[in-house]
Design a protein around this ligand. Structure first.
Ligand code: SF4
Length: 339
């Protein structure tokens, strides 16, 4: 589906179901240790946030977690088991079911996952995602961004992406720009995603996300991703993936410059939340939808709201029956959110 002058976004609520994580990425601002905050968001709070979001017109319930904290923290494992769950994936599955009942569509980012975990989540999730981030194994070495981060082994992330292809899950992937990768590695990362997209046809969007240093992170002294580097990366991604791929640029990380990224080839602005912050980039407030609409309108583009699944993926192939039935009640004949 070619998008022409249409630029999309979705209205979401962000639920950082657990911020514990067994990895140590150099750019991370999401992860906390036990004692620095709650071990996980309890079910009642998830349901209230989902209900609140749905009542404000949000259609995406974005679940983000650290990667496999149950393998590292006994206190977290005990807390989960008191709720009746053995793993983060089981808790996510239950909360996705609860969220869908509130008439909002789950989109889960849980990190590297097993095939059976994704299959369980598929029942209630409209789409899911895992950024490849980088194909570079060099960045796993001491002193690099993914040192002591076993879930950042590129092969594992590609394998999870393949499981999603086999299961017919509309999938979000993407890369991080400026985390120490070379230009060649960055392009190789895009081609690695392209190979899986060509093989399975399930990649619905590619996020091109820029690294920004923040106080307190391991990489706080590193330079941010350069603006021109980002523009070039978006253009090259458009050339590699062709006209039909959705290329997303996070507007809160590029609040002044996002229209330029649209001119360079991006066509999606991701999830914007009226009620929750971006827990992965808490310093970056969401731009207002009206402002995005105005800026894009001046350049001749039209902003349209989409669900967490893009119009071209809506159908029996990529959605369970119970999700598809609900989706039909939300979209117009072109697959965008009905106004
Ligand atoms: S996997 Fe995610 S949450 Fe865990 S340290 Fe890395 S960036 Fe942070």
């Amino acid at each position: 589906m070619e998008k022409g002058n249409t630029i999309t976004f979705s209205k979401n609520v962000f639920i950082p179901l657990t911020r514990l994580c067994r990895d140590h990425c150099g750019y991370c601002t999401f992860k906390i240790e036990p004692g620095e905050g709650e071990l996980f968001i309890p079910p009642e709070e998830v349901i209230n946030t989902a209900r609140n979001g749905a009542s404000l017109g949000c259609t995406e319930l974005l679940f983000v977690t650290g990667d496999k904290p149950e393998l590292k923290y006994p206190i977290y494992r005990d807390g989960l088991s008191k709720l009746g769950y053995g793993t983060t994936a089981e808790y996510l599955t239950a909360m996705s079911e609860a969220g869908l009942r509130e008439n909002i569509f789950p989109h889960t980012n849980m990190g590297v996952a097993k095939c059976e975990e994704l299959a369980a989540l598929r029942e209630t999730n409209a789409s899911m995602g895992l950024m490849l981030e980088t194909i570079s194994e060099r960045l796993l070495r001491k002193g690099e961004a993914h040192y002591r981060s076993p879930d950042k082994v590129p092969k594992l992330r590609l394998r999870t992406t393949e499981y999603a292809g086999e299961l017919r899950i509309a999938w979000t992937s993407g890369i991080l720009v400026g985390i120490g990768e070379t230009l060649e590695e960055r392009i190789d990362s895009l081609f690695a995603i392209k190979r899986l997209s060509d093989k399975y046809g399930h990649i619905q969007e590619i996020i091109i996300q820029n690294f920004n240093p923040k106080q307190g992170i391991i990489m706080e002294k590193h330079l941010p991703a350069g603006f021109l580097d980002m523009i070039k990366t978006v253009s090259v991604a458009r050339l590699i993936f062709g006209k039909r791929m959705n290329i997303q640029i996070p507007p809160n990380l590029n609040s002044k410059t996002f229209p330029l990224f649209i001119l360079a080839g991006a066509n999606d602005l991701g999830g914007v939340s009226p009620i929750t912050i971006d827990y992965v980039n808490p310093e970056a407030p969401w731009p207002q939808v009206e402002r995005m609409e105005r800026s894009l309108g001046e350049l001749g583009f039209t902003l349209k709201e989409r669900l967490p699944i893009y119009p071209e993926f809506i159908g029996e192939e990529f959605l369970s029956n119970k999700v598809l039935e609900r989706v039909k009640g939300f979209v117009d004949s072109s697959g965008y959110v009905a106004t």
